[in-house]
Design a protein around this ligand. Sequence first.
Ligand code: GUN
Length: 291
Amino acid sequence: MQILDGRKAAQAIKDQLKLDAAQLGVEGKKLPHLVAILIGNNGASETYVSAKVKACEEVGFKSTLIRFEQTVSEIRLLEQIRDMNNDPDVDGILVQLPLPDHISEDMVIDTIDPDKDVDGFHAANIGKMIQGLPAFIPATPYGIMLLLEHYKIATKAKHAVVIGRSNIVGRPISILLSSNSYPGNCTVTICHSQTKNIGEICLQGDIIIAALGRAEFVTADMVKEGAIVVDVGITRVADATKKSGFKIKGDVQFETVAPKSSWITPVPGGVGPMTIAALLKNTFHACKTKN
Ligand code: GUN
């Protein structure tokens, strides 16, 4: 068993981006600028957004964090997004999800300028991605692709089983893995909450992408010997021994699945850091196309 080390792979990407950003500076060009919008005080969202902002600093990008109260109106939020759309200094806009119930996620995503949509959630970017055209790819699936590429994992003609059909991970990764490129050219099966015999289907997977958001859902009896296992889960589970009061669990039961896999991502330290590296790559690209 070998580890798909997301921290290492992400660091290599960030090192390159730091050089690329410095080069923009040398050429007297504008540095990439990411605006993150955070609504309310969901603990997990706070953690993710601060990691994104910190990563921008690390590579020499500009970042701005805009915070709103949980009670902010949809009109106010959309107005903020339009302002950012019109600000030539802003290259990338991300609105951290989930949103409060009174705000329409679709409306928010639809309002972001597709050329600044570094999360790759806008219909224009999803449509282009499906057509294989240049587009912003959602950061988590993009990060998984970069991780497979970093470790030169062979994917052609493999059977990839994706568990989860979210717009953020499951659906886009299934499109990317089935595309005629590298990493890709997989035969893809998507499993979800209504799938029967999920264990039997997973057992057929040469590659398993676990992205359903249920701690330790994938157990050893569901995994074929030698499978490549990518764990997207980051569920907070109560743990009184931790200062924070919780520990992070993946969607895969690592201790039992790891010995059967050829490659596996740890949690934490697998897909998480790659998501951030991919977001930075999207932000750099958003800036570069304007520069
Ligand atoms: N919430 C969970 N994942 C993501 C993500 O990739 N982007 C945003 N904006 N919100 C999220």
